[in-house]
Design a protein around this ligand. Structure first.
Ligand code: SF4
Length: 174
């Protein structure tokens, strides 16, 4: 396990840290991440959409076409297709994250959602439990990585399991 500033390295969807990187130019600051988990982990912030080259703000996108092999298409303008640019990013970014022990994802995002992202096929919503393109790739590359999404952080059992998977001793610091 890689340690920095005395704590395990953990990746986090950057908008959860309060950075205004979302498609609407806003953040999704999460109080558990900022006030609790920041005491026991050293965060590596990652915003796949911005790091792939998309702007802030930007047109919202959603997963379409297929549950297993989705495309990232504009929610309001279906002529927008950022699938290839995101896939290129996802092919290289996981190598840079080879020191992390866990990742905290933003729920429901077409890039970062872990088990909560909706998929639309032929304009109809077919599931709400799919995985964002970046989250899928990172979990494929590191199948043993400890992962959680922000919707589950308030569930103490879920959160404890995430923390203890990374380091059974780290909870003592809370
Ligand atoms: S959910 Fe992921 S891609 Fe979207 S703003 Fe947050 S970090 Fe960036």
């Amino acid at each position: 396990m890689a340690i920095k500033n005395g704590n395990p390295l953990v990746g986090v969807s950057r908008c959860l840290l309060g950075d205004a990187v979302r498609y609407d130019g806003k953040s999704k600051a999460n109080v558990i991440v900022l006030e609790k988990l920041s005491k026991i982990f050293t965060f590596i912030p990652v915003c796949p959409e911005v790091e792939a080259g998309l702007s802030i703000p930007r047109p919202p996108v959603r997963l379409t076409h297929s549950i297993e092999n989705p495309r990232l298409i504009g929610r309001d303008d279906p002529s927008i297709d950022v699938t290839d640019i995101m896939q290129q990013y996802c092919n290289t970014k996981p190598d840079e994250l080879n020191q992390i022990s866990g990742f905290i994802f933003k729920s429901r995002s077409p890039s970062c959602g872990l088990n909560s992202t909706p998929v639309f096929i032929e304009g109809r919503y077919v599931t709400e439990t799919s995985r964002g393109i970046f989250a899928r790739k990172l979990c494929d590359v590191y199948p043993d990585l400890a992962v959680i999404e922000d919707d589950d952080l308030a569930d103490e059992t879920h959160l404890d399991r995430f923390i203890e998977t990374i380091d059974t001793n780290v909870k003592r610091k809370l």
